[in-house]
Design a protein around this ligand. Structure first.
Ligand SMILES: Cc1cc2nc3c(=O)[nH]c(=O)nc-3n(C[C@H](O)[C@H](O)[C@H](O)COP(=O)(O)OP(=O)(O)OC[C@H]3O[C@@H](n4cnc5c(N)ncnc54)[C@H](O)[C@@H]3O)c2cc1C
Length: 425
């Protein structure tokens, strides 16, 4: 709004970090005009497209952001991509402050010999497909009978849950059914989870392991050969002890033999290379002084995420500070790197908001009445953008499309999403 009493602030990315930042900014700068842009037609980033479909209680966190977009001075502008529809300089010309909350969406590569072989798949590819992300095909590649999962963090554990679950375990979810059906058409017979760390020091939460233990699916075991380190001899903190206890629960002999894949948990193994001629056939691991070769029809790598776009250079060094240069900031995974769950982005956003407010107060961010914010963007970009009310129309449409047993059917075609949002479909 020209001549508005508060600064014009653009937040690029509507994931949790962008939304938490807008919330925090409004508390100190109630007159700020905030525009949250996103390349997608839908808000909420990885809450919609990363968090597992069978964890709807986690996805429900979006409800607390709804009031934000109804506040009047926070605008959602979906279908606007920084680097495609608007340049950073252009954005900075129209806004007093620009904050990158773009996350890190590319799978970190497993830099190993054979890592390029067909059948080696990034975790993000699978989790996006299961969440019907517009960037992914609507179905999954064939994973085959022997899946090796590299990594044991929470994303790996989400994937393990997917690999062991049955169709009925997705009741009341919004899983992308074509991807699920493809997998359940020929599910894995054997799954190996490979972690560099011992069980106590692996990255996954004990709660996620306990959820697997409680699920009447799959049989878990530790290997008989080397590579079964559960914990080193040092003292364990509470989280480590909890993780160890949860792994012991999973592999306990009292746990009944449930239907589903046979899962081998290999701790303390380092992947050395992927073996195969035309496509992946096995993975070679170093286990102490020994070598272990695990047959594989596919390998899913869950070893972290990286920046994937023209912003990569700007976001390469992770930082504890939001400011990049005067008027340009970052928050969330774009600032801290790809670690931490949704709540961690709240504290991060609060500290970046404090930096911005301090800059506004000290005059380091001189406001200008000539900055038009969203209204300064090219007319075609504004016309093509999806606002919050239009997103609600799209969301309602997805809910109405839900097949029996599902809460929504996500549309994965970006152009169609925009057309429905604009009531042109
Ligand atoms: C597979 C997976 C599962 C997860 N599960 C959980 C969980 O169960 N619980 C939990 O607490 N945490 C979970 N997390 C972690 C959580 O998702 C992150 O902490 C959080 O999403 C990071 O927030 P962010 O806003 O920084 O990034 P994102 O959520 O990635 O949001 C970034 C947004 O920026 C947009 N964007 C990117 N580039 C551009 C551009 N050039 N122009 C315009 N817009 C752009 C994207 O479309 C996206 O909407 C999971 C993460 C992954 C990867």
């Amino acid at each position: 709004m020209p001549g508005s009493p508060g600064p014009q602030i653009a937040i690029v990315g509507s994931g949790p970090s962008g939304c938490y930042l807008a919330q925090a900014l409004l508390r100190s700068l109630p007159h700020a005009e905030i525009t949250i842009i996103d390349r997608l037609a839908s808000p909420f980033g990885l809450i919609r497209y990363g968090v597992a479909a069978d964890h709807q209680h986690t996805k429900a966190i979006t409800r607390q952001f709804e009031r934000l977009f109804q506040a009047g001075n926070v605008r959602f502008a979906g279908n606007v991509e920084l680097g495609r529809d608007v340049g950073l300089d252009e954005l900075r010309a129209h806004f007093d402050a620009v904050v990158l909350a773009t996350g890190l969406s590319a799978d970190r590569a497993l830099a190993l010999p054979g890592g390029e072989l067909p059948g080696v798949i990034g975790a993000g590819t699978v989790t996006r497909a299961l969440n019907a992300h517009p960037d992914e095909p609507t179905t999954l590649p064939d994973l085959g009978s022997d899946v090796v999962l590299i990594g044991a963090g929470n994303v790996a554990l989400d994937l393990l849950r997917f690999l062991v679950k049955a169709e009925s375990d997705y009741d009341a979810s919004d899983i992308a059914d074509p991807a699920l059906e493809r997998y359940l058409g020929s599910p894995a017979a054997r799954v190996t989870v490979a972690s560099r760390s011992d069980a106590a020091h692996a990255k996954g939460d004990a709660q996620m392991l306990r959820e697997l233990a409680a699920l009447p699916r799959a049989v878990y075991r530790l290997p008989d050969d080397p590579g079964s380190a559960l914990a080193d001899d040092g003292a364990l903190d509470r989280a480590q002890a909890g993780r160890l206890a949860a792994v012991e629960e999973l592999v306990a002999s009292e746990r009944p033999a449930h239907p589903g894949p046979a899962v081998t948990l290999r701790f303390g193994v380092i992947p050395v290379r992927i073996l195969g001629e035309e496509r992946v056939e096995a993975v070679e691991f170093a286990a102490g002084d020994d070598v272990v070769v695990v047959p594989a029809t596919s390998v899913i790598t869950a070893v972290g995420f990286a920046a994937s776009d023209p912003l990569a250079e700007l976001l390469a060094d992770h930082s504890e500070v939001g400011g990049i240069e005067p008027g340009l900031y970052r928050t969330g995974w774009a600032k801290r790197g790809p670690s931490g769950g949704i709540p961690e982005n709240r504290a991060c956003a609060k500290s970046v908001a404090e930096e911005i407010v301090a800059d506004v107060t000290s005059g380091a961010l001189p406001g200008s009445e000539t900055r038009l914010g969203f209204d300064g963007l090219p007319a075609d970009v504004r016309a093509a953008s999806v606002d919050y009310a239009q997103w609600l129309r799209l969301e309602q449409h997805e809910r109405e499309l839900a097949p029996s047993g599902r809460i929504r059917r996500k549309i994965s075609d970006h152009d169609r999403m925009v057309a429905i949002a604009h009531d042109r479909a």
